[in-house]
Design a protein around this ligand. Structure first.
Ligand code: ADP
Ligand code: MG
Length: 376
């Protein structure tokens, strides 16, 4: 159903916010380190009108069940377990921050695949936040909207995510990856114009989500905190790459040592990637991506058979680089390749999956796209 059919009038405006994929820097965010996401061409789109009576009406064209109606005075954190908690949480977080949002009629639809590690949830939050920011003239910056959206997801929905996803959806620009320092939230647009160099970045969604992943995030997080404690730093971000061998010598727990090695080396890989991209040499980041995958597989141990198979097969078929991306134990991998090799590499991955008895993966191109913006 359209906005007009649902609510009887045309919307006051239309906004879009993208999903994202992380190029390099995994599990570094909660260690106050560096990440480097880019926005996908896939977006959540919101048509929105203001209301003055406190009522919020939410509708997703992608979910059965019709309109969800709430009231701004009755928004309680952690009570709504449906999809509506994401946009409702944004209204709650804005009001908590003192912004007078007095209701809204919202129609949502999204092309961001859900649950594939591509942040369909952040896209939904950021598109809602941007629409309300514009309509209610709140004057918040893109980064401030990201902080509001993260608060919505952490405190209202109840998901302990870092700040990367929301910042990527709000702040990315076309033809760039976004360098984000998760300590002070400094950002910088790093040139990543794949098409200009005859390259493509593919996302391979394995469509699996292994149960092993439940609890693994918290376990890795605790292991990293333990490492920081033993090394006498507030966060692993404070261990310089040059000091890594010495730091590892001081750790006696084998697991903590692996986690520390991953975090400190992945922060370093972000810096290497920036230097190479600033120098205009996208191809040169291939080995950095491959090393990043090995680190996630062997040190952090969050990969799985399907993700390893994507990376091995793609590289063997001629890809320049590849690695799993996101939380791991399933979800998606990225593959950097010559545009002319895209078809052959895709075919090789699909055949390897079929031969292994895995369900067919979903493969699409990740053009570095624009962050959240108004459409109409
Ligand atoms: P990811 O963000 O990696 O896609 P999450 O589990 O964090 O995975 O978020 C997925 C959830 O976001 C869905 O289960 C749903 O509740 C919500 N969501 C995403 N896209 C939509 C949509 N188009 N309509 C309604 N809800 C959506
Ligand atoms: Mg999410």
């Amino acid at each position: 159903m359209s906005f007009q059919e649902l609510y009887g009038t045309a919307p006051e405006g239309v906004w879009a916010a993208p999903g994202r994929v992380n190029l390099i820097g995994e599990y570094t965010d909660f260690n106050e380190g560096f990440v480097m996401p880019l926005a996908l061409p896939h977006t959540a789109v919101a048509e929105v009108s203001r209301r003055t009576d406190g009522i919020i009406r939410l509708y997703s064209a992608d979910i059965e069940g019709g309109i969800v109606q709430l009231h701004v005075d009755e928004l309680e954190p952690l009570t709504n377990t449906s999809w509506a908690a994401y946009p409702a949480g944004v209204v709650w977080a804005l009001r908590e921050a003192g912004h007078a949002v007095t209701g809204a009629d919202i129609h949502l639809t999204s092309t961001v695949p859900t649950g594939a590690g591509l942040s369909s949830s952040a896209a939904l939050e950021i598109v809602t936040a941007l629409a309300l920011n514009d309509l209610y003239e709140l004057g918040l910056s893109a980064q401030e909207l990201a902080v509001i959206a993260q608060r919505a997801e952490n405190a209202f929905v109840g998901v302990p995510c870092g700040i990367m996803d929301q910042t990527a959806s709000a702040c990315c620009t076309e033809g760039h990856a976004l360098y984000l320092d998760c300590r002070d939230l400094t950002t910088r647009q790093v040139p990543f114009d794949l098409a200009a160099q005859g390259l493509q970045l593919l996302v391979v969604d394995t469509r699996v989500k292994h149960a092993l992943g439940d609890g693994a995030y918290a376990e890795r997080r605790e292991g990293c905190e333990e490492g920081a404690r033993q090394l006498g730093v507030t966060h692993l971000r404070d261990v310089a790459f040059e000091q890594l061998p010495e730091a590892l010598d001081r750790l006696d727990d084998e697991k903590v040592r692996r986690y520390v090695r991953h975090i400190v080396s992945d922060d370093h890989r972000v810096e290497q990637t920036i230097a190479l991209l600033d120098a205009g040499d996208i191809r040169a980041i291939g080995p950095v991506l491959i090393a990043g995958h090995a680190s996630l597989r062997d040190d952090l141990r969050i990969s799985c058979e399907e993700l390893d198979l994507v990376v091995e097969t793609a590289v063997a078929a001629g890809a320049i680089g590849a690695r799993m991306t996101g939380g791991g134990f399933g979800g998606s991998a990225i593959v950097l390749l010559e545009a002319t090799d895209a078809e052959a590499v895709t075919k090789a991955v699909e055949e390897a999956f079929a031969a292994a008895g895995f369900a067919a993966p979903r493969v699409f191109e990740a053009t570095p796209s624009a962050g959240a913006h108004r459409l109409a």
